[in-house]
Design a protein around this ligand. Sequence first.
Ligand code: SF4
Length: 490
Amino acid sequence: MNLSKSLYIRGIQCKKSLWLKKYRPELLTPPDAQAQAKFETGSQVGELALKLFSGGVMIPYSETTFNEKIELTKKYIAEGMSNIYEASFVYDGVFLMIDILHINDDGSMEIYEVKSSTEVKEVYLHDASIQYYVLNGLGFDVKRANIIHINNKYIREDELDVEKLFIVVDVTEEIKAMQNDISVYLKTFEQTLNDRDREPDVPIGPQCTNPYDCDAIEYCWRDVPDYSIFNISRLKTTKKFELYHNGIVHFHQLEDIYSFSLSQQIQITSELEQKETIDKDAIKEFLDTLTYPVYHLDFETFQQAIPEWKGVSPYMQIPFQYSIHIDYGDGRLEHREFLAQDGKDPRYELAKSLANDIPDNVTVLAYNAGFEKGVIQKLADQFSEFSLHLMSVYDNIKDLMIPFQKTHYYVPAMKGSYSIKYVLPAIVPEMQKAYEELSLVHHGGEAMQAFANLSKMDSETKEKYRKALLEYCKLDTLAMVKVLEKLQSI
Ligand code: SF4
C-alpha cells in the first residue's frame, strides 16, 4: 500500500472515494476557483505559522523525490536541527509530511499541524493522529501533538502579531486514544485498494459532504434527480437518507406528508400540484412596514485569513463595493454605487460614501439583511465619525427575504429555497437573463475573486473587471427592486 496523509483522510471519509482517487481519478470533479483560492490561503497561513518556530529548515516540496525528502529529514534530525518544516516520513505504507516538527534537546518530538480554519475540527484529529502513528511506529518519542489554527478574535494593530494570530491546541490525549483505530483503517484501505478491478459498493450517504464535499458527488449521485427529496428545505440529513434508503427519491413517492413541517408541506404540495402559495395578508403586512423612498442596498465583500490592515480580524467580511437603488415608489429610480480602489483598505472610503448616500431616516432594504447589518455594524465600530449615522441606517434595515423565508410567497420553481438565487428566476424570470448576459462577473464568488485579483491585472483588464463589478452589483439591487414590485403587484 502507498498512502499519503490526504489519501488516508479521504479513506476515512469514504473508502470508495479513496478507490476512485487511486484508480478512476478521471471520474472526479476537479477543484473549482473557490477551492483553489482556499488552497492558496492554506499555503499562505502555513507559511506564516513557520514564524512561530523560527530558525528551522524546510524540506523542499518540488524538485525532490519522496525518498530524497525522507533522507533529508533523517539528515537534519541527525544534525540536531530543532525545527524542521515539512519533515517527511514513511511507515506502514503511509508517507506523510509534518507541517512543523519541533525536536527538543532530549530528542523527543512535537508535531504541529497548521490549519487555516478558526477551530479544531474533528477531521484534524485524524490528521494529527496518523502523524503520531507514523512517528511512534518509527520509534520516535512523540511528547506532544498540536493543531495550530487561526484566532478569529484577533484584531490586527499596526503590525501583524503572529503569536496572537494563531492558537496552538494540544491534542495529544485525543489522538493517543485514536491510535488503535488506525491499523483497522489501514487494513480496510489495503483490502479496498487490493481489489483494483472492483469499485467498492458504498451507497451515497451523509459522508458525501462530511467533513468535506466529496469530489465524486457528480459521479455517485448521477441517478438522483436535480430536484428530489434531498431538496426538502430544512429536512434533517438523517431523515433524507432514511427516505432515500427506503427507495423514496421523488416527491410523488412521499406518503405521510403531514409528518413534515408546515413550510415543508407547502414545498411538497406546491411541487405535486404545481401550485403557488401566496398569503396576501402576510405580504401586505410586510409591505406596510416600508416607507418610500426605499433604499435597496447590497454589499460585496471579501475576507482575509491573515488581516492586512489595522482593525481587521481574520475572516471578517470586508466590504469593497455597494450598490444602492433608490426606489421612490412612483416609478422613479435613482442609482448610486461605490467600488473601492484595489490594494488598500477599502473600509473608510466606503463608510464615508455610504453615510453620504443613505440618509439616516429612510427605509433601507436588503436581501438576507443580517449580512448587510453585520457589515454596517463593523464599519460603525471602526469609524466613530460615522458611527451614529451608520447605526441609524442599521436600525432602519428591513429584510426583503422575509416573505419568502416565511413561505408567504412560494412557487414550485423556488425548489424549497428562499435564497435570491432561486427566488429571482422563479418570480422575475426576465432578470435571470440579465444575469446570464453579464460579462466576467456573475455571482458574489466571482466578484470577490475579481476584486482580489485587480492588483495583478494590467490597466486595460482591470478597467474591464471594474466595469463588470459595477454592472454586477447594480443588477443585484435592481433585482431587489423587481422583487419588491412583484410583491406589490399581488
Ligand atoms: S460521493 Fe459519497 S459515496 Fe461517492 S465516493 Fe464520495 S463520499 Fe463516497
